[in-house]
Design a protein around this ligand. Structure first.
Ligand SMILES: Cc1ncc(COP(=O)(O)O)c(C=O)c1O
Length: 396
């Protein structure tokens, strides 16, 4: 949560006092947010949901992913990404990332098998995936692309908004995200049919409110409808996101520029001018140096956040893919030929990269002198950890 103030309080109070908390009514806040966010992203449809997880599931269901399908997911993401694949009845196949900390296009190409129907590039920690290469492979291998932009709200890839490039995109608006309403999410797409199915996946009774016969035939789904309180807050947050992301990018660029002569290697970026800028990242030569640098500089080793690496996905490793064995995608006959073997060492190259990458969060309201202190700390830590060869001064 970056910036929340009186405007959010007023917008929520107005909804509460109106007594109109349910989203389906003329002039509603959710409708307004969906229209405005679609314009902001340059897409045709936005469908709000209760979370990024439910939105991811709705996107996959919207695209028709289900039992018998494999979906490629990166080795570094929050567990919600592979969980959404299982929630759709399909099987996640874990694929290496590269030094950009996002899905490796080469690994995607190699991982495509006869059952692979889709790929989920994740714009992790505000970084942009190599969407040019991923879309090229997707076209060649006939894959559907769902961008997980849950951590990429407000960011772009070479001028195109994250989430707007694949067949569908997904956002989270939970407390930790660039734009928040406490908990929330959205599916976005340009495809009318996919949007209709996604709306049904979010709210199987949506046809009561929006009109029978207007969308695709409805089906039974779990409820994950957004409320007007979330819509009201997001309408205010949307006014703020542009300046937030500009401030994050500026801060990241300053830190990277002023630490460029330390011997530290900035983690390569697929779109440095357009990504969110929410994290400054360095790739260290060894894991030991990354640990030491993180401790001294006040950073976090990307492989050691405790929840963003495939090795932490306990229920998936245990093949507990649903609450009931008969619904467990790992046991479904349609998934018999899908690849379901997960081992801790299966993406060793990703673990090596993640354990050598150190990240530090930026903040849009950090004052200039505080950023100067951060830069000083990074320089001192680099000198200490990289030793001779680094151009920073050695700390005594
Ligand atoms: C990459 C990624 N995907 C999906 C999600 C799921 O979003 P939510 O927590 O809103 O369900 C998150 C949330 O942390 C995330 O970081």
């Amino acid at each position: 949560m970056y910036r929340v103030g009186q405007k959010e309080v007023d917008a929520i109070a107005k909804v509460l006092l109106s007594g109109k908390l349910f989203r389906y009514h003329r002039g509603g806040e959710c409708d307004r947010f969906e229209r405005r966010y679609a314009r902001f992203l340059g897409v045709k449809h936005v469908c709000m949901a209760s979370s990024g997880t439910t939105a991811l599931t709705a996107a996959l269901v919207g695209l028709g992913i289900g039992p018998g399908d494999e979906v490629l997911v990166p080795a570094c993401t929050y567990m919600a990404t592979p969980v959404s694949v299982l929630a759709a009845g399909a099987i996640p196949v874990v694929v290496d990332i590269d030094e950009t900390i996002t899905l490796s296009p080469e690994a995607v190409e190699q991982a495509v098998g006869p059952r692979t129907r889709a790929v989920i590039p994740v714009h992790m920690w505000g970084l942009a995936c190599n969407m040019t290469a991923i879309m090229r492979i997707a076209r060649k291998r006939e894959l559907l692309v769902v961008e997980d932009a849950c951590q990429g709200v407000g960011g772009a890839y070479k001028g195109r908004m994250l989430g707007s490039i694949g067949h569908a995109g997904v956002f989270s608006f939970n407390y930790y995200k660039n734009m928040t309403c406490g908990e929330g999410g959205a599916v976005v797409t340009n495809d009318d049919y996919v949007a209709g199915r996604a709306r049904c996946a979010v709210d199987c009774c949506s046809f009561y409110w929006t009109g029978r016969g207007k969308g695709p035939v409805s089906f039974v789904s779990n409820g994950s409808r957004a409320s007007e309180i979330e819509g009201a807050m997001l309408n205010v947050q949307l006014d703020r996101i542009g300046s937030i992301v500009r401030a994050l990018r500026r801060q990241k660029k300053r830190i990277l520029r002023e630490t460029a002569d330390t011997g530290l290697k900035a983690t390569p970026s697929n779109s440095p001018d357009y990504e969110c800028g929410s994290h400054v990242m360095y790739t260290l030569p060894t894991e030991g140096q990354a640990d030491g640098f993180a401790a001294l500089a006040g950073g976090t080793v990307a492989g050691k956040t405790g929840r963003h690496v495939y090795t932490q996905w306990d229920p998936i490793f245990a093949h507990r893919g649903a609450h009931h064995p008969a619904l467990n995608p790992f046991k479904l006959p349609q998934n018999r030929r899908c690849r379901k073997r997960y081992t801790k060492g299966m993406c060793a190259a990703s673990l090596d990269i993640l354990n050598r990458t150190v990240m530090m969060g930026t903040h849009p309201d950090r004052r200039r002198d505080r950023v100067t202190q951060v830069i000083k700390r990074i320089k001192a830590a680099a000198a200490e950890v990289l030793g001779p060869g680094s151009s920073g001064k050695k700390r005594r």
